[in-house]
Design a protein around this ligand. Structure first.
Ligand code: MRU
Length: 368
C-alpha cells in the first residue's frame, strides 16, 4: 500500500539484520519507522502495540525469533525466545502459529545454520501473508460485487468495518480492507464507515489514516452509531477481521465486534469476517469458552491521547480519578451471526463443514 504515494510494507529486514517497523502507536499524528535489533525489542514492539493486528503480530514474532538466533542460536535461546514472544499477547493465534512454525523449522538444524534459516523463513512468512491477503481481496470482492449488483449498480456501496484489519494489521493489503482496495481498483464507488474502536481507537487513528493514504472515501463514526446506520439502510455490508477463528467458525475480534454483528443480524445486513488461514485455531471449537481474551491496562479506558491545537500530542483523563475501569480487548462473535468467512481460498459458511470444504486437509486436526 502507499504512504505519501510510495508503496511500502509494514515490516521488513535490513541488510544488517535489523528489522524495521512502523511505530503504530504514533499514528495518525506522526509517521515514524523504528528498527528492532533484539528479541527484547521485538517482544516490546508486540506488547506495546507498535505492531498490532493478528497477521502482523505473527510476522513480527517470526522476525523476533530470527533476531534471537542472530544473538545466540543455542537450544536454550530457541526455547527462551519462543516463551518470551508467546507471553506478549494472548488472543491472536497467528503469534503461536508463527512461533511454532519457526521452532519446528529451526530445532533440527545445527545452531550455525539457524539464524540464516530464521531470517529466510520470516521473509517467506511475510511474502505468504501478502499473497494470502491479495487472494482474500479477490474473494471478498465477490461479496462487494454481489451487493453492487443487488443495488442495480446505482449510488455507492457502504461498507462498515471495526478496528483496523487493513494494511497496517498485516504485511500488506490487509484482510477486511483487501476486498475494499480491490473494489476500488475496479472502479466500484464505495465508502467506508469506520468505527472509531474505543478504547485504543484503531479505527479512528489507523483505518482512517490508511484509507486516506489510499484515497478511499470514508467517514469515522462513534462506536455506537453503526446500529442506527444499519436501521436506516446506510450499510450494505460489514467486513471485519479476526484474531482467532475456531474450527466451528466462531470469531474473536476487537471488542465491540459482537455488538455490530448483532445489529447486522437484526437488520439483515451481511456480516463477513476476513481471515488468512493462520488465524484459524483448528484445536478449539467453542470460541466463548476457549479463546483467551486479553485484559489490557484500564488506563486505555480512563485516558485518551490526541493532538492539541499547538501540534503537540498529549494524554488526558476522561473519568473521575477514582472510578475503576475494565478493559477486555476482544470479544467473540458466534458463528451463527456471521454471513460468511472470507479466506484466501474463497468464501465459506462460518461452520466446521464450511471451513473444511475449503481446507479439507485439516479434517483430522478439526476432529480433536
Ligand atoms: O489489539 P489489536 O489492534 O492488535 O487488534 C486487532 C484486531 O482486532 C484486528 O481486527 C484483527 O487482528 C484482524 S487484523 C487483520
Amino acid at each position: 500500500m502507499n504512504v505519501a504515494g510510495k508503496p511500502m510494507r509494514t515490516i521488513w529486514a535490513e541488510a544488517d539484520g535489523g528489522v524495521d517497523i512502523i511505530d503504530q502507536t504514533l499514528l495518525p499524528h506522526e509517521f515514524v519507522t523504528v528498527t528492532l535489533a533484539t528479541l527484547a525489542d521485538a517482544a516490546h514492539a508486540i506488547k506495546s502495540m507498535q505492531v498490532r493486528g493478528a497477521p502482523l503480530i505473527g510476522a513480527a514474532a517470526a522476525y523476533g525469533m530470527a533476531l534471537a538466533m542472530r544473538d545466540d542460536a543455542s537450544d536454550a535461546m530457541l526455547a527462551r525466545a519462543a516463551d518470551t514472544l508467546l507471553a506478549t499477547r494472548p488472543t491472536a493465534v497467528n503469534l503461536r502459529w508463527a512461533i511454532e512454525e519457526m521452532r519446528r523449522l529451526l530445532s533440527p538444524l545445527p545452531p550455525a545454520q539457524r539464524a540464516a534459516r530464521a531470517y529466510a523463513r520470516a521473509a517467506e512468512i511475510c511474502d505468504e501473508d501478502v499473497a494470502i491477503n491479495r487472494a482474500i481481496g479477490e474473494a471478498g470482492f465477490g461479496a462487494i460485487e454481489t451487493a453492487w449488483r443487488k443495488k442495480g449498480r446505482r449510488g455507492r456501496i457502504d461498507v462498515l468495518t471495526h478496528c483496523n484489519a487493513g494494511w497496517l494489521a498485516t504485511v500488506d493489503w490487509g484482510t477486511a480492507l483487501a476486498p475494499i482496495y480491490r473494489a476500488q481498483e475496479t472502479g466500484i464507488p464505495l465508502h467506508v464507515w469506520v468505527d472509531e474502536t474505543r478504547p485504543r481507537n484503531q479505527g479512528a487513528s489507523l483505518t482512517a489514516w490508511e484509507l486516506r493514504e489510499q484515497g478511499v472515501p470514508h467517514t469515522v463514526i462513534a462506536d455506537n452509531a453503526g446500529g442506527h446506520l444499519m436501521q436506516h439502510g446506510k450499510v450494505d455490508l460489514c467486513i471485519v477481521g479476526t484474531d482467532r477463528t475456531t474450527a466451528s467458525g466462531d470469531v474473536a475480534n476487537k471488542i465491540g465486534t459482537y455488538l455490530k454483528a448483532l445489529a447486522a443480524y437484526d437488520n439483515k445486513v451481511p456480516f463477513y469476517v476476513a481471515l488468512p488461514s493462520p488465524t484459524i485455531d483448528w484445536t478449539i471449537s467453542d470460541g466463548m469458552r476457549e479463546i483467551p481474551i486479553e485484559e489490557r491496562d484500564p488506563r486505555e479506558v480512563t485516558e485518551i491521547a490526541g493532538r492539541l491545537p499547538d501540534g503537540s500530542v498529549a494524554r488526558v483523563r476522561l473519568t473521575p480519578e477514582d472510578s475503576p475501569a475494565a478493559n477486555p480487548a476482544f470479544d467473540v462473535t458466534p458463528a451463527r451471526l456471521v454471513t460468511g468467512l472470507i479466506t484466501e481460498r474463497g468464501i465459506c459458511a462460518a461452520s466446521r463443514e464450511g471451513l473444511l470444504s475449503l481446507f479439507p486437509e485439516r479434517r483430522e486436526a478439526a476432529r480433536a
